[in-house]
Design a binder for this molecule. Structure first.
Ligand code: GLU
Length: 477
């Protein structure tokens, strides 16, 4: 962080949970700040008092912290800056760049109704701007309520968007927006510009749903005589069906992914690639790579698609690369949530046994729980199919396995010895090794896919394994 480097901000409204789109915007700002030695600022835009809550603010802070998106300044609260917002509005009033509008809500509604095309694209007709100074002074003195309206200049308003390139509007197509309501509270566009100026923001990177606000904000910057930041509008996030990402598609809150067992590093990697590509065919990018490769110019213009399967795949990649110890606290947390009594033995070997086939921490925890107590296994359709297909041979095979494994003393209960024991038994009874292994797997896990059976038996432990195999052998269904 330097004194003179870029200054960026993430400015969420605490009116809901931290949406993955918001988290992605925060991440892009953060990556750019980290890459350029700049400053990343968190500003909570809590001016909508009816909808903003402290609980939502906390969820946003927690979500960002979990993702490792750390802020250098803030959190600042927009709601605390009302005096500055009003002062900026007053400056515009005094310089003639804004005017008092005495029109009431009802009057405005009537104007809208009588406008051509039923008020579509209705723009205020500036009738209050035409009031003479004397009338204005008289009405103010009489205590008439007024809003402050910005006098939109009749000029081109264009900027070189860091993502989209040149974007141009014309002031004559824009309304004289209200910047201060009659109760003295600021309107969003004024509050944002006032704050961004005060915080010396150099780059405004936000969702492209804000593109229509940007010309209004640039006009305000100009009128306030402030330098205009770089704007970059990041594309929307769509669900796999091409519609705007919503709860219909699945979880959209960052916290939900945490609860599902997605690792923060995987989530961060995944979010970074939503609408940005490093220009190489790489998908697994550690934090340092993301920072080194990131650029605003490489953000795509077209909407990004949120692919849940890809997120899980990516998470699986991160899980398999992490040592068991790093995962143990999260796995223990999930075991607790699953109602599994705290294990009385180290769970590192169990995590190691299952993590390369799991895609979330929760899956790891579920599989660890089954290895601690195979009684928890749920018979999956494939497991059931195998039992059906083998018929009586299933229980015969388990019986032979029990015999062979019982002969192994606890001191020799390791993957190599277990493998040899099963192999010997399979050869002696003339069955293929795989056919001897699979019933054991199904009996202990309910499924036909797992770590190698000898490793499975080793982590389950001799007495627990034998007890459950014998029980499966003797079951009379
Ligand atoms: N508070 C605004 C929002 O949540 C963001 C404003 C901005 O980034 O300029 O959409």
């Amino acid at each position: 962080m330097t004194q003179n480097g870029p200054r960026l901000r993430f400015a969420p409204s605490p009116t809901g949970y931290l949406h993955v789109g918001g988290a992605r915007t925060a991440l892009f700002n953060w990556l750019y700040a980290r890459k350029t030695g700049g400053t990343f600022i968190l500003r909570i835009e809590d001016t909508d008092q009816a909808r903003s809550t402290e609980a939502h603010t906390q969820v946003i802070l927690d979500g960002l912290s979990w993702l490792g998106v750390t802020w250098d300044e803030g959190p600042y609260f927009q709601g605390a800056e009302g005096a500055r917002h009003r002062a900026d509005a007053m400056r515009l009033l005094e310089s003639g760049r804004a005017y008092r509008c005495f029109c009431t809500r009802e009057e405005l509604e009537a104007q809208r109704q009588s406008a051509p095309a039923g008020g579509d694209g209705f723009r205020y007709d500036r009738r209050c701007h035409r009031l003479d100074a004397e009338t204005v002074a008289r009405r103010v003195a009489a205590g008439d309520r007024f809003a402050v309206r910005f006098l939109m200049p009749d000029e081109e308003i264009a900027w070189d968007d860091a993502v989209h390139g040149r974007i141009s509007f014309h002031g004559k197509d824009l309304d004289d927006l209200v910047i201060l309501r009659s109760d003295g509270t600021p309107i969003y566009n004024l509050a944002v510009v006032s704050d961004d100026i005060a915080m010396r923001i150099t780059h405004v990177v936000r969702g492209d749903d804000h593109i229509s606000n940007t010309p209004k904000q640039i006009a305000l910057y100009r009128a306030l005589g402030a330098p205009i930041p770089v704007f970059g509008h990041v594309p929307m996030i769509l669900g796999p069906d091409g519609k705007k990402l919503s709860k219909r598609h699945g979880a959209t809150a960052v916290g939900d992914y945490r609860d599902k067992g997605i690792l923060p590093a995987a989530m961060r990697n995944f979010l970074a690639l939503l609408g940005w590509a490093p220009g190489e065919d790489r998908e697994i990018l550690a934090e340092a790579d993301l920072i080194a490769l990131f650029s605003l110019e490489a953000i795509q213009k077209k909407p990004a698609v949120f692919d849940f399967t890809k997120l899980e795949w990516m998470n699986g990649q991160y899980l398999s690369a992490l040592p068991a110890e790093a995962l143990e606290p999260e796995v223990r947390r999930d075991l607790d949530r699953l109602g599994v009594p705290a294990p009385d033995r180290p769970i590192g070997p169990l995590i190691d046994a299952v993590k390369s086939r799991a895609r979330t921490v929760l899956q790891i925890a579920e599989r660890v729980a089954v290895r601690l107590d195979p009684g928890r296994a749920v018979l999956e359709p494939k497991g059931e199919a195998l039992i059906r297909k083998m018929g009586p041979a299933y229980r015969t095979s388990l019986g032979l396995a029990v015999q062979a494994l019982e002969a192994l003393p606890a001191t020799a209960w390791d993957p190599t010895a277990i493998y040899e024991a099963i192999k010997g038994q399979a050869e002696a009874s003339g069955v293929k090794l795989g056919d001897a292994m699979q019933p054991i797997r199904v009996a202990l896990t309910g499924d036909t896919v797992s770590e190698p059976v000898n490793e499975l038996l080793a982590v389950v432990g001799r007495s627990t394994a034998l007890e459950h195999l014998a029980r499966a052998r003797d079951r009379q269904d």
